[in-house]
Structures are given as structure tokens and as C-alpha cells.
Design a protein around this ligand. Structure first.
Ligand code: AMP
Length: 551
């Protein structure tokens, strides 16, 4: 009979992270640039106390275990308190991406059956328009103080966050419960149809916080000052609100102020050493710094991911600004971290250029994630750096199903079930460095945000002069990818590029409208009649969008 370990049991709960920070990094600061414009600072001890008050306030609103508390908010201390106050009290924190189209925001809130919606001051006009469509939301909470509450609003019984918090005494013990309980939900815009929810558990979030803080991963330390530029609505800011509590470091949050000047001042004034964000955010910061001949005095390392980091950006940050770039890959369904590009002892003797080429790849998995590339029949492909196939992953912080969906997204590898197909196409080299080479899912990633090509195609197809439409991603130096609309006109129909682009207005957010239209006479199809996106992408690989210099 097996001998059981004789160690203390105890669930891995998100509340344990903030309890730890409050006890062992009590005086360490959390600094937030508020939506209201000023700077707020307090400590992990204060954050934990106020998170307990949030838990009490949510219970006071009638929330019960499993109920969803949604946020529509930038990175800031109140958002952090809702993270911990809701998840810690067995509620589920549902972070909504405010960059989505308003109707999609309402759809997501209804799908998740959110009971409470907490939102930043600058989203008041949006929520005033949407409140009536959010049928499950019983309580709307404006994340501000009494002085900033609107004198008049169309929202019934709009609650004031600060009043709710201050009415509580904080006399609250974080409850113990099963670590597999849901802690938070994040929706990802899928290939087809509506966005889908990834439901994280306490266990997966705590394990991810451990794994991502390791030296060969993000390498978070109590000595760091960490500023997540990645929003808290994008896969929990890549877990940083949790890993920063785990290591007890200073946390700096920029609120909505993400222009180059504001970010630079915050980096310098607060002594930021480490940051994380999608490639696009660094462009604004670097342009501002170059124009003003500025240098960082404390900033040493950054994780760049969510979209491929252009090698030129890595070099600029490293060579001109002395900032180490850690290229990372992951996805909402993976909490999100999968791989990071860090050298191991084996690559130390390689020439610098060879090392750099490795670091430009998406990198090696961290413990907690297993990965493989497979052919279309589910057979594993060799790790030779050239065989490119479907990238599959598995592990305790990878989803096994989507919220509210029947049917499993998982596939088999060499006949063994239980692998999540990422929709990315990749190679893995003999060192174990993975490189994304393409994407089989039908989406475009612009500035780190998804655009559904199918949604764009559906709109184009609704135009009376369009016979067939296909949307593909086209390379763009700032946004990484932008949508290109390829169209076959109906015989004898009159249709200009401008008329077709105008047709999109009001149907999707402006930033999702294709950058260009190409009229063709043929679009390639598979034997089953599907558009061959890979072939089409190949056909337009060198296409230059309007306004971009030709190479
Ligand atoms: P999301 O769920 O929004 O975080 O998007 C995840 C997807 O973004 C991945 O499946 C990739 O297609 C893409 N992605 C994330 N990181 C990278 C990267 N470093 N390089 C290329 N694509 C990436």
C-alpha cells in the first residue's frame, strides 16, 4: 500500500497570495496612476485590508459562492482589490475587455451571467448606454469616490465603490475552500461566433504565479519594481497581480495613461525595473524617448508577448536602451504563459548572433506546460527546427473546456488524448526553442487585440455588390497585423474600395475596419469548398498596405 506524505494540506487559494504579501511585504508599495488623473500610493497591507472590505461589500450586495463580479477597468489598485476581494471570497472575477464593441461587452456580461459590474469613471458613458442590455447585472458600481460620482445618471441605483468599501470594517477571514473552485474568467475572441470564456481556478492561478515568477521565466523578485503595461483585462495582466504578491515586490500601475510620456515618467519616478506588454505599447514609449533623447535609469528587463516581437524592437531596447527583452508566447486559454525565450547553459558558448536568433524565437516552455507539434493526423513531429505543425499544449494551467460549452476542444497526440490545440503553427528546435511560423485559426492580431476575419467577411458578404470575400492578416510595422479584404465583385457590379470600407462603419469598432481592399477574380478554395487562407496569405505575403513604404 502506498505510504502517504505527512505534510500539511491546504488549498492553493488566491487569498493566500495577498495574505502573504500583507504579512511579509506589508510596507511594500503599490502605486497607481488613477483614472481621475492623480497618483495613489499605499501598501500591500492596505491592499489586503481593503480587499477584505470588498469581500464584505460584495457579500452585502447578496453575492454568493460562484457568482460573477465583472470589471471594466484599467490597471489600478481598486481593480486589484476587486481581483482579490471577489476571488478570495469564492466569487468569480470576470475581467471584460473595454476595447470590444459595446454590443459584444453586453453579450459577454450576459453570457457570464455577471451579477455585479464594477467600472472605471471613464466608462460611465458606455455603461449608461449598455446597462439596459446587461440583463443579469443587478448592481452597477462606479470605481471612484463620492466627489466624482455623477450628479445625474441613467443607471438605476449606481453605487459608489469608495462608499461601499468604507462602510465595511474589514473584520473578515478569508474562507478556505476547494482549490479547484473558479477564481476568474477571461473571454477570448474566437475564430467563429462569439467570444469564449476561459475559467481559471485558484489552483491554476497560484501554480501559474509560482511558475511565471521563476528566474528563467519572468524572474520576479522582491527587489523588483514591476509595472504591468499589459492590461488586467488581458489574461489577468499575465498573472502579474498574483506573482507580484507572491514575491512581495513593489507594483506600479499606469491606469489608462499609456502614452509614451506618461509611461516614461512613471518608469523613472517609481524606479521601475521590470515590465510586460504587447509589442505595440513599446513603440509609443520608444518614439517619445528617442525624440527627447531620454534613457532609462532603473528599467532592466521586459517581457514582450501576446504577438510576435519584431527583432528590430528587441535590438533597439537592448542595444540603445540597455533593456533585456524576454520574448514570450502564451494565450488566454493558458493563463497565459507557455514559453519564454531565455538561454540555458547549453547555448552560452554560441556566437552572439546565434544566441540572438534563438532569443527572437518564442522560447522554451516553463515547468507546468508541456508542448508538442503535430501533423494534421495528430502524429508528433520531430524537434528539428524545420518541421512545422500544429502547436499542442497541456498542463495544470491550460483549459480543458470553455465556459458554458459542451464538447471538448482537446485533441490527441500519437493517439493519446488531452492536448489543447493552440491554433498556432510552430517549429521546435533541438534545444527545445519553439518558433511560431503561422496560425491556423482564422483571426488577425492587431496591436495585441483580436479581429475576427469571419466577422469582417460576413459584413463584406452582406454588401449587394460582393460575390465572395476573404479577410487575411497583412504584416504591419506598428500593429504587427492588419486586416486585408480580398473581394470578388458580382458580375457587372460597381463597387469601389472606398464604398466597401464605408459599408463597415458603425458595424464594428473603427480600429477593426480593414486597411485595404483588393479586388480579384479568384479566391483559392479547398476540396471541401473552404477558403484556403494559408494559400491566400502566401499569395499576399509581400503585399504592402497603403501608406507603408515599399521595401
Ligand atoms: P490571447 O489569447 O489574446 O493572449 O492570444 C494568444 C495568441 O496570440 C496565440 O495563440 C498566438 O497566436 C498569439 N501570440 C501570443 N504571443 C505571441 C508571440 N510571442 N509570437 C507570436 N504570436 C503570439
Amino acid at each position: 500500500m502506498a505510504l502517504m506524505g505527512q505534510m500539511m494540506a491546504g488549498s492553493l487559494l488566491i487569498s493566500s497570495l495577498i495574505k502573504h504579501a500583507a504579512r511579509h511585504a506589508a510596507e511594500t508599495e503599490i502605486v497607481s496612476k488613477r483614472v481621475e488623473g492623480d497618483l495613489h500610493r499605499y501598501t500591500w497591507r492596505d491592499a489586503e485590508l481593503r480587499s477584505r472590505k470588498v469581500a464584505q461589500a460584495l457579500a452585502g450586495l447578496g453575492c454568493q459562492a460562484g457568482d460573477r463580479v465583472a470589471t471594466l477597468a484599467w490597471n489600478g489598485y481598486r481593480h486589484l482589490e476587486i481581483y482579490y476581494g471577489s476571488s478570495g471570497s469564492e466569487l468569480v472575477c470576470h475581467t471584460i475587455n473595454p476595447r470590444l464593441f459595446p454590443e459584444q461587452i453586453a453579450w459577454i456580461a450576459n453570457d457570464a451571467q455577471d451579477l455585479v459590474l464594477c467600472f472605471d469613471l471613464n466608462f460611465l458613458p458606455l455603461i449608461e448606454k449598455l446597462a439596459a442590455q446587461m440583463s443579469s447585472v443587478k448592481h452597477f458600481v462606479l470605481m471612484t469616490d463620492r466627489a466624482h460620482m455623477p450628479a445625474q445618471t441613467g443607471i438605476n441605483e449606481l453605487l459608489c465603490y469608495e462608499e461601499l468599501v468604507e462602510a465595511e470594517n474589514g473584520d473578515y477571514d478569508w474562507p478556505e475552500f476547494d482549490e479547484n473552485t473558479a477564481s476568474s474568467i477571461c473571454y477570448t475572441s474566437g475564430t467563429t461566433g462569439h467570444p469564449k470564456g476561459a475559467v481559471y481556478s485558484h489552483r491554476s492561478s497560484v501554480l501559474h504565479a509560482y511558475g511565471s515568477a521563476l528566474p528563467d521565466a519572468m524572474g520576479c523578485s522582491a527587489l523588483d519594481v514591476i509595472l504591468p503595461v499589459v492590461p488586467m483585462f488581458h489574461v489577468n495582466a499575465w498573472g502579474l497581480p498574483y506573482s507580484c504578491a507572491l514575491v512581495g515586490c513593489k507594483l506600479v500601475m499606469p491606469g489608462p495613461h499609456m502614452d509614451g510620456k506618461s509611461l516614461f515618467e512613471l518608469f523613472e519616478n517609481e524606479g521601475v525595473t521590470f515590465s510586460a506588454g504587447v509589442p505595440t505599447v513599446w513603440l509609443g514609449l520608444l518614439t517619445y524617448m528617442k525624440a527627447n533623447q531620454l534613457k532609462f535609469s532603473s528599467f532592466k528587463r521586459t517581457v514582450i508577448g501576446g504577438a510576435a516581437c519584431p527583432p528590430a524592437m528587441m535590438r533597439t531596447l537592448e542595444d540603445d536602451f540597455g533593456v533585456e527583452v524576454i520574448h514570450a508566447w502564451g494565450m488566454t486559454e493558458m493563463s497565459p504563459l507557455g514559453t519564454l525565450s531565455k538561454l540555458t547553459a547549453r547555448q552560452m558558448s554560441l556566437p552572439t548572433e546565434a544566441q540572438r536568433r534563438l532569443l527572437e524565437k518564442q522560447g522554451k516552455v516553463i515547468y507546468g506546460v508541456d508542448m508538442a507539434v503535430s501533423d494534421d493526423e495528430g502524429n508528433e513531429l520531430p524537434w528539428d527546427g524545420v518541421s512545422s505543425g500544429n502547436l499542442l499544449v497541456r498542463g495544470p494551467w491550460v483549459i480543458k473546456s470553455y465556459f458554458g460549452q459542451t464538447g471538448s476542444p482537446l485533441v490527441s497526440l500519437n493517439g493519446q488524448p488531452g492536448w489543447f490545440p493552440t491554433g498556432d503553427v510552430a517549429t521546435i528546435d533541438s534545444y527545445g526553442f519553439m518558433q511560431i511560423t503561422d496560425r491556423s485559426k482564422d483571426v488577425i492580431k492587431s496591436g495585441g487585440e483580436w479581429i475576427s476575419s469571419i466577422e469582417l467577411e460576413n459584413i463584406a458578404m452582406a454588401h449587394p455588390a460582393v460575390f465572395e470575400a476573404a479577410v487575411i492578416a497583412c504584416a504591419h510595422p506598428k500593429w504587427d497585423e492588419r486586416p486585408l479584404l480580398v473581394v470578388i465583385k458580382k458580375p457587372d457590379a460597381e463597387l469601389s474600395r472606398e464604398q466597401l470600407l464605408e459599408f463597415f462603419e458603425g458595424q464594428i469598432p473603427k480600429w477593426q475596419i480593414p486597411d485595404d481592399v483588393v479586388f480579384v477574380t479568384e479566391i483559392p478554395h479547398t476540396a471541401t469548398g473552404k477558403i484556403q487562407k494559408l494559400k491566400l496569405r502566401d499569395q499576399f505575403r509581400t503585399y504592402r498596405l497603403p501608406g507603408l513604404p515599399t521595401v
